[in-house]
Design a protein around this ligand. Structure first.
Ligand SMILES: [Zn+2]
Length: 437
């Protein structure tokens, strides 16, 4: 291995240590801020639906655990593929796969299955702890162990099936067009993402939970009345039995073309008043009208091209400077998969704050539309307060955690916005008038 590569690795490790330190400091500062700002609400025990209550010790504790899990998963996402490279394990799996089948396509699939299985096993304890143990410990989960393991096995099977079907494509592109594979592969992913977004609501999501029309017919009628206040045509509203998994609440908009839908977790319908549920639906309608799903597909596609461009550049440099340390001399060797995954982790780590900032912008616009449509600031505030407090969300996390993890504005920001945004009271024009009949 050449000096430039070892020096780069050392510098990168130092940067990551600095990053972890900054996470710690920002969380400490934030806890201080929360204790100072929300101290009064504790004393007078203010917990009306339009005021954020002081975060409980339990919520602060839960946030600390989430931060540790997040940092651990970043480290694992880099250390595990690095281990495959440095230990020679990747080359070993490749040699084994090639000895089992002379057909490159099959050997690639065998490599992928072994690689993905090992990665899944390594991340299993953290996965189990964060999505099952921790959620139960903090009273956020209704999930039985059987459902957890069932969902885990289903996800694993889907990943193996999809990964095996697709793994050969990037490598064939790298081999045929070493200079421009990143461009072709990035562009090719746009229709793939489109297709996945199209079929997921109908074929993938029901594998995990039950989707049905909103059971409360009075509420359902009010929802469709609200939809009739806009030009939205044939959108379907579903409820999903997430109460088997969680006590938390949520709603989302997904699908493209005729699979477009608004989905409400049944926990949301159960715990919110009708007015609050309508506020949540109005937010999702905002995503629908502003085309946030297809914009995410197109922007994501463009971003992918940029990401693969960077990965290609760095990977070629690493292979060149490695002097054969990893047993890889060509990028189209399947044994380079951990290298590509390691670089993907690093590049994603770098671009995540930008993706989240864009997402927070679209969420604010959906909140704005929600308020313009319903003009019900109180219901918006109280629905947000219930949604966040049930999930033990802090009014705001540390700034570093926010930049890397928050694809929605913070609890505090959203409630403030819902409290203060009422241009109709000042006779000002609405930003999304054009969407409202
Ligand atoms: Zn949203």
């Amino acid at each position: 291995m050449k000096k430039e590569l070892s020096a780069s690795i050392i510098i990168f490790i130092i940067i990551m240590i600095g990053f972890i330190f900054s996470v710690r400091v920002s969380e400490q500062q934030n806890n201080k801020y929360l204790r100072e700002k929300y101290v009064q609400s504790t004393e007078i025990k203010e917990n009306t639906a339009t005021t954020i209550a002081a975060p409980s010790e339990k919520a602060i504790d839960y946030q600390q655990k989430k931060v540790i899990i997040w940092v651990t998963s970043i480290i694992l996402g880099m250390v595990v593929p690095a281990f495959f490279l440095f230990s020679g394990l990747s080359v070993g799996i490749r040699n084994w796969a090639q000895s089992r089948s002379k057909i490159a396509f099959i050997a690639f699939i065998l490599y992928f299955i072994v690689y993905y299985s090992i990665i899944t096993l390594i991340s299993l304890p953290l996965d189990y702890y964060s999505s099952f143990v921790l959620k139960h410990a903090y009273g956020l989960s209704n999930q039985s162990f059987g459902k957890w393991i069932g969902d885990f096995l289903k996800s694993f099977a889907i990943a193996i099936a999809v990964g095996s079907a697709l793994i050969y494509i990037p490598y064939a592109l790298i081999k045929r067009s070493p200079g421009y594979w990143w461009l072709y592969f990035g562009l090719l992913l746009i229709p793939v993402l489109f297709f996945i977004t199209f079929i997921s609501p109908v074929y993938i999501d029901p594998i995990f939970n039950k989707y049905e029309k909103v059971q409360d017919t009075k509420l359902e009628a009010r929802i469709y009345d609200l939809i009739d206040k806009t030009d939205i045509k044939n959108v379907k509203v579903y409820q999903v039995n997430k109460s088997v998994d969680t006590k938390e609440m949520n709603a989302y908009m997904t699908g493209v073309l005729n699979t477009k839908r608004i989905v409400l977790w049944d926990t949301t319908i159960k715990n919110l008043t009708d007015r609050e549920t309508l506020a949540v639906v109005a937010h999702e309608m905002g995503h629908y009208l502003m085309g946030h799903v297809w914009k995410a597909i197109v922007l994501g596609g463009i971003l992918n091209v940029f990401i693969f461009y960077l990965i290609n550049k760095i990977a070629l440099w690493v292979i060149n400077k490695s002097g054969g340390t990893f047993g890889i001399t060509k990028l189209h060797d399947i044994a380079s998969l951990p290298l590509l995954m390691l670089l993907l982790s690093i590049v994603m780590f770098i671009v995540t704050p930008t993706i989240n900032a864009y997402s927070r912008y679209t969420e604010t616009e959906a909140d704005r539309f929600e308020l313009e449509l319903t003009k019900d600031n109180e219901a918006s505030m109280s629905s947000m307060i219930k949604l966040h407090q049930t999930s033990l969300a802090l009014p705001t996390p540390g700034i570093v955690y926010k930049l890397w993890n928050y694809d929605h504005p913070t609890f505090e920001e959203r409630v403030d916005f819902a409290k203060n945004y009422k241009p109709w009271e000042e006779g000002k024009a609405l930003k999304y008038e054009k969407y409202i009949k």
